[in-house]
Design a protein around this ligand. Structure first.
Ligand code: SIN
Ligand code: CO
Length: 377
């Protein structure tokens, strides 16, 4: 039977967030299901597309390690050895809406914190080598077996293998080792060393990665937005005291200059800058990919509408919608529907019906016409 991808935390969300999230790895046996789609051939097909980010990694044990960036050709795949390679395809949820539906299972975290789902397909011995990631990740085994070794917390100072393109750990003391099977989920906080090696030829792993914007990038967006909105007014200093040392840039002047500059980053600017940045999808090009309505209809007969996997929708603290970086002001009549559309990714008639009125129906039409939502027949 076809089912949609689902993950269930095996402990209460508040306990997970208090004890595990950003703190320590957690292996959750049998916590996911419905991850049999896409199959490896369909995944490889995505890696042929220009707008899809993909990598082929070869290597095992002590190396040598090699990485090739996609897009690939059929010939590239035909030329691969029998063992020790992995194909990685980034943001598969943006290109295959049915994959994005897994993300409804992560509603214990705000939607803006989710980045994307990467899928990997490995043959026996395939891996991406020992490494650490800078963001949280849930590694979900979809099919086949993978042996995981877990290492210590690492950072920029951790010794690395010499390689132009890869950041592999030179030495990873193993603190834990286990084999995962379909449905097992491994959560890793940022910085934990890990190495997962395929134990058979059908090893597919889904990685749900999280968005952790660098504070410097947030500041850049805040500043850009503030500059766009700034008027032409100039620095002013009425009521100045007599200056005891004209050669000095004094503390009092530094404070007053920076205060006038930072005042440009007011509440409206902050909201606009953060909401636009955090509602930008990693791969907007995904919107050009059609939704596989047949697969979704077969797996969930009561679903009548889905959000496209490349549509990123947030509601800001003033009650307006932000869809793929653009603000859409909402009327009171539209807001309840928009909140539902932002809260989850698939919708039943029973959920939608009570929220529909003349205005909200028009909003839904507008977003369906633009390709952000798709009706499932
Ligand atoms: C993989 O799926 O092969 C590797 C994912 C990871 O280690 O982050
Ligand atoms: Co990793």
């Amino acid at each position: 039977m076809t089912t949609l991808p689902t993950f269930r935390l095996p402990l209460p969300a508040d306990e997970f967030l208090r004890d595990v999230w950003q703190k320590k790895p957690l292996l959750m046996r049998g916590a996911a299901s419905g991850l049999d789609h896409p199959d490896p051939d369909t995944l490889a097909g995505l890696a042929l597309e220009d707008c899809v980010e993909s990598r082929l990694m070869t290597g095992a044990g002590n190396g040598p390690w090699n990485v090739q960036q996609g897009p690939f050709t059929e010939q590239d795949f035909a030329a691969l050895p029998k063992q020790n390679w992995t194909l990685l395809v980034q943001s598969v949820d943006h290109f295959m809406t049915e994959v994005s539906l897994l993300l409804d299972s992560f509603a214990f975290l705000p939607g803006w914190r989710i980045e994307d789902i990467m899928l990997s397909y490995a043959v026996t011995g395939g891996s991406v080598g020992p490494h650490y990631d800078r963001y949280d990740v849930f590694l979900i085994q979809a099919s086949g077996k993978r042996r995981w070794q877990i290492g210590p917390h690492c950072d920029d100072n951790s010794p690395r293998l010499p390689h132009d393109q890869l950041r592999l750990l030179a030495d990873m003391p193993v603190s834990e080792e286990f084999v995962v099977e379909a449905g097992d989920v491994l959560y890793l906080p940022p910085g934990i060393g890990h190495w997962g090696v395929a134990e058979d030829d059908e090893c597919v792993t889904w990685s749900v990665g999280f968005r952790a914007p660098a504070p410097a990038d947030l500041l850049a967006r805040l500043a850009d937005t503030a500059i766009e909105r700034a008027d032409q007014s100039l620095y002013s200093d009425p009521g100045r005291s007599p200056c005891p040392a004209p050669e000095m840039l004094a503390d009092v002047d530094i404070a007053s200059l920076s205060k006038q500059a930072l005042a440009l980053i007011d509440q409206d600017v902050t909201r606009e800058a953060l909401a636009s940045l955090l509602s930008e999808p990693r791969q907007p090009a995904g919107l050009d990919f059609e939704v596989d309505c047949g697969h979704i209809a077969a797996a969930s007969t009561d679903t009548v509408l889905v959000r496209h996997g490349a549509a990123r929708l947030l509601i800001d603290n003033q009650g307006d919608a932000w869809l793929n970086g653009e603000r859409r002001a909402l009327s009171d009549a539209e807001r309840p529907l928009a909140c539902l559309l932002a809260r989850q990714r698939k919708y039943t008639e029973m959920e939608l019906q009570p929220l529909l009125n003349d205005e909200s129906e028009q909003l839904m039409e507008e977003w369906i016409d633009a390709g952000f939502f798709t009706v499932i027949e």
